[in-house]
Design a protein around this ligand. Sequence first.
Ligand code: 9D3
Length: 250
Amino acid sequence: MTNEIMLSKLGFISIFPEMVSAITDWGVTGRAVRDGRCSIEVIDPREFATDKHGTVDDRPYGGGPGMVMTAPIMTAAVESAKNLLGDRAPVIAMSPQGQVVDERLLTTLLQQDSLIFVAGRYEGFDERFVSRSVDIELSVGDIVVSGGEIPAMLVMDSLIRRIPGVLGDELSAEQDSFVDGLLDCPHYTRPEIFEGEAVPSVLLSGDHARIADWRAAQSLKRTLERRPDLISEFDLSDEQRSLLARWEMQ
Ligand code: 9D3
């Protein structure tokens, strides 16, 4: 990112706060946290419950199945997160009713210095909490999961890996699928022949220009075949356009 402000502080509000270890303890995101490239404040709404059982939910007005996370408790949890992360930190509630996340949205979220993620359980949040305290509702797509924690951590993972310096030796985040709008090319490693199937010879040629061309063509071909919805003529280069035109003739 060439922007002035860069994301470095995250909040994670959840009644299952230990789930955040999936991010903080493993891999690229774990290293980012250990190296101080980002920090994660974890808040359990149960801390703000007023009864001895730590109740955070209640029965829905109008009846029906399931429970609803209460507005007073979720509001207190967000206030607490804002005390830790700053008043202007956008609040993102994970919800099946939200906007479906993509890299374009992540690019705008990366330009905030702090973000607060709210994960729900049960049927969801009291709508008055959503309308008063939530800036963005995010979904991870048309799939039903058991709560907002894994969706929130999916988005947090994707954000953290795009913080400058987080990806070291690994492929740069700029080259990743979807950031340039195309699927990745196929990859091969040893052995050179596996069950009679050889590695494409171009990859053994040592001709780096030809290899780069082959990979770019494979990316474009696979995207055309598997995810034509990702191809917008706007951001194709002249070379890509002529490759596409050639394939469309065949
Ligand atoms: C009965 C209707 N269901 C709503 C589609 C109930 C329901 C299912 C799953 C209520 C909450 C949930 C929990 N899901 C999330 O919190 C969630 C989610 C998801 O299920 N799919 C995609 N993105 C997300 S973000 C948060």
